[in-house]
Design a protein around this ligand. Structure first.
Ligand code: HEM
Length: 147
């Protein structure tokens, strides 16, 4: 439908430049909640969040996140096929100390990145389309916290 078209259309350009867009997203996330930085064990020695954001391990995580988003966009017609993967991904995040409440701020940061990158093309329906997809991904990951 229309929502899928909005998501696919906007991801077409963003997905070609994953790292810079992911860096915008995570810079925003650490502005919103600086404590999340400490969950990346390899960032304990960076002076500022700017230094952390340019460390290779950190950029690798940014890439991993963008690849998950890429997978979700590619599977808009059959998101349920990602359930097991996302469940396990949730469990890994529980293990590293992430709280499910933090996903609200990750969502804010995703929208912030979209707004920065898309400019005029960032519309209310587009925002809603991305929120809907994101909430499906988060719901699947959050199952990894149960018991
Ligand atoms: C792995 C933290 C959000 C995807 C990790 C690791 C940490 C971490 C510490 C293990 C070290 C590493 O691989 O770099 C966080 C924090 C987040 C967050 C603090 C925000 C609250 C996300 C999101 C996604 C994601 C939103 C994708 C939708 C991944 C992937 C891995 C990973 C694919 C690798 C898992 C594996 O080794 O199989 N994350 N993460 N992360 N994260 Fe995140």
């Amino acid at each position: 439908g229309k929502e899928k078209e909005l998501i696919r259309g906007s991801w077409e350009s963003l997905g070609k430049n994953k790292v810079p867009h992911g860096v915008i997203m995570f810079s925003r996330l650490f502005e919103l909640d600086p404590a999340l930085l400490t969950l990346f064990h390899y960032t304990t020695n960076c002076g500022s969040s700017q230094d952390c954001l340019s460390s290779p391990e950190f950029l690798e995580h940014v890439t991993k996140v963008m690849l998950v988003i890429d997978a979700a966009v590619s599977h808009l017609d059959d998101l349920h096929t990602l359930e097991d993967f996302l469940f396990n991904l949730g469990r890994k995040h529980q293990a590293v100390g992430v709280n499910t409440q933090s996903f609200a701020m990750v969502g804010e940061s995703l929208l912030y990145m979209l707004q920065c990158s898309l400019g005029q093309a960032y519309t209310a329906p587009l925002r809603q389309a991305w929120l809907n997809m994101y909430s499906i991904v988060v719901a699947a990951m959050s199952r990894g916290w149960a018991e």
